[in-house]
Design a protein around this ligand. Structure first.
Ligand code: S3P
Length: 426
């Protein structure tokens, strides 16, 4: 329903990227890994299910706590069938790297959205390392028992999933595996590997590790996901009278593009109580309403805000003037084509947009109402829920089932903070 403002103090669910990695590294470690703040969303649970299928005992999650009884680098067992990673690109891309180093064959698949997403970006470097892999899109098959050799891989796109896949395969490779990226991307894999006692180095722009060492179990405290917090950062920024505190948010500099971009647009965001938790920077984030203005989004911020673009487009629609985005072609291969899906929805609400191959131009304006297709993409659904704060009429958002992949109970939390939102079951 139209209107409202946002206030209160809230901790949004745990970081999705770190939740996946905690299961993967915990499973391969020696000893028990205790995780708190784990995201109990469908994507992270798909990773849990995959490792259970490979014989790893995992207790939980209960209240964000999960214990992984590590089986060691060579302890995974052949799964009894296909590994179904649901909607999760991170699970399938990272697992492909780990599975290339196993002695058994595996087949990875997912839901309709995941089955349409590119896998060549990870299978190409894996093949260069000596892996035997098949399939451009899921399902993909990885034949085990092939010796891997370390390579240097110069990533053709800024992708933390590709970087992580190569590094994880590198754990099983002979010699040194190294990567360079066209622009920095989230570095949770590197940080968490170090937290598990595995040496990962960086010299100039090259990230490298030596294969064959072991991981030691570590306790992990996962902060709140800045990608989930981002919906409320924009919500508070666009609705007059808002004053919100998001607690214990992960503010790793490879993830804070959304804060940098909103500040450039004029947002009033301050970081309080900055601290480091388990090798990751964390802060409480205070956001107060401030009038936003359109900007040219700096291209170097794009990989640092790649998952936050849908809701940043809503901020742009509520800003005065024009916002231009370039260098964001990766948005076209996310859970949906996010440039096309957002442009369509914003047009429905009466906002003028111009779609570019690698981005979009958005003219700030007055948001009306209408019916939005989400293409089953969680972040499209949540972005348009936030738009309701500034809409003049009701917005009806279809197919919101996938919100649970990253942000279970988004609607209840949003309602508690001031969004007027109701969910209708089919
Ligand atoms: C992720 C990397 C990003 C991001 C995704 C999570 C990760 O994908 O969009 O939600 O955890 O490594 P790309 O590597 O495809 O950019």
């Amino acid at each position: 329903m139209p209107g409202g403002s946002i206030s209160g103090e809230v901790r949004v669910p745990g970081d999705k990227s770190m939740s996946h990695r905690s299961i993967m590294l915990g499973a391969l470690a020696q000893g028990d890994t205790h995780v708190s703040g784990f995201l109990e969303g469908d994507d992270a649970l798909a990773t849990v299910a995959a490792f259970r299928q490979m014989g790893v005992k995992i207790d939980g999650p209960h209240d964000g706590k999960i214990t992984i009884h590590g089986v060691g680098m060579k302890g995974l067992q052949a799964p009894d069938g296909e590994l179904d990673l649901g909607n999760s690109g991170t699970s399938i891309r990272l697992l492909a790297g780990l599975l290339a180093g196993q002695s058994f064959d595996s087949t990875l698949t997912g839901d309709e959205s995941l089955r349409s997403r590119p896998m060549a970006r990870v299978l190409t470097p894996l093949a260069l390392m000596g892996a035997d892999v098949e399939g451009d899109k899921p399902p993909v098959t990885i034949h085990g028992g092939r010796p891997l050799s370390g390579i240097h891989y110069d990533l053709p796109m800024a992708s933390a999933q590709v970087k992580s896949c190569v590094l994880l395969a590198g754990l099983y490779a002979e010699g040194i595996t190294s990567v360079t990226e066209p622009a920095p991307t989230r570095d949770h894999t590197e940080r968490m590997l170090r937290g598990f006692g595995y040496q990962v180095s960086k010299k100039d722009d090259v990230i490298f590790l030596q294969g064959g060492a072991a991981l030691n179990a570590a306790d992990i405290d996962i902060p709140a996901d800045i990608s989930s917090a981002a919906f409320f950062m924009v919500a508070a920024s666009i609705s007059p009278g808002s004053d919100l505190i998001l607690t214990h948010v992960g503010v790793n500099p490879t993830r804070t593009g959304v804060i940098n971009i909103l500040r450039l647009m004029g947002a009033d965001i301050s970081l309080q109580n900055e601290r480091e938790v388990g090798g990751e920077p964390v802060a409480d984030v205070r956001v107060r309403y401030a009038p936003l203005k359109g900007i040219e989004i700096p291209v170097d911020q794009v990989p640092l805000a790649i998952d936050e673009m849908p809701v940043l487009f809503v901020a742009a629609a509520c800003a005065s003037g024009r916002t231009t985005l370039h260098g964001a072609e990766e948005l076209r291969v996310k859970e949906s084509d996010r440039i096309a899906a957002m442009a369509e929805g914003l047009t429905t609400l009466g906002i003028r947009t111009q779609v570019l191959d690698d981005g979009i131009v958005i003219e700030g304006g007055v948001l009306g109402g209408g019916t939005i297709s989400t293409y089953h993409d969680h972040r499209i659904a949540m972005a348009f829920a936030v738009a309701g704060l500034r809409a003049e009429e009701e917005i009806r958002i279809l197919d919101c089932d996938h919100v649970a992949t990253s942000f279970p109970a988004f609607d209840a939390l949003a309602r508690g903070l001031g969004l007027q939102i109701t969910v209708q079951e089919d």
